[in-house]
Design a protein around this ligand. Sequence first.
Ligand code: ADE
Length: 233
Amino acid sequence: MSWRADILTLFPAMFPGPLGESLAGRALAEGRWGLKVTDIRDYGLGRHRSVDDTPFGGGAGMVLRPDVVDAAITAVADERPLIVLTPRGVPLTQERVRALSEGPGAILLCGRFEGIDQRVIEARGAEEISIGDYVLSGGELAALVLLDAVIRLLPGVMGHEQSGVEESFSAPLLEYPHYTRPALWQGRAVPEVLTSGNHAAIAAWRLAQARQITQARRPDLYNQYIATGAAAP
Ligand code: ADE
């Protein structure tokens, strides 16, 4: 049984979207992962298939009703983790991505409007996840981001690449810069060490670059790296 994603959304046409292309698209066609999209409106109430209402306590926007969302969840729920994509969630990490990729799949609930009634999130023991400190217009793009990150780790998806072992966020440092031909471009030469054939020198240069860029861009990661004792003195 391959890794299975279920999406609960008010905008089913947003899927598979970019995940129908490239690496993820090929893997989908090969059956390395599966995608089922459910339109929450199919579980809406009344003649207008209503899914939302105004917030108790007042305030802007509309809130998805717990009864409607719960019915949509019931239609797909099983042992897979239920994840709500929301800017108030726990930040997504490569560690969580890897753990998800090693499981049976995920059920991704995409919020819209001002949010989802908190009671259904609690009742279902859903995990609230954010993909970053910025606000999207809905959870759909966040779900696509999460899926992309997971799918590339599934067996057979990345081919000959090293399954992301040496990459930023798995390794404690950001990646060193990359160069290819031509060796001289618009007056800019490739760093000399990379054409030296000296593999030890190349490795040392790359590590120094990675440390420098991490310290400048992500002092939080750099301090973690120092604290773990991974850094050479
Ligand atoms: N929905 C809106 N913004 C989001 C974010 N940053 N992460 C996850 N879901 C979201």
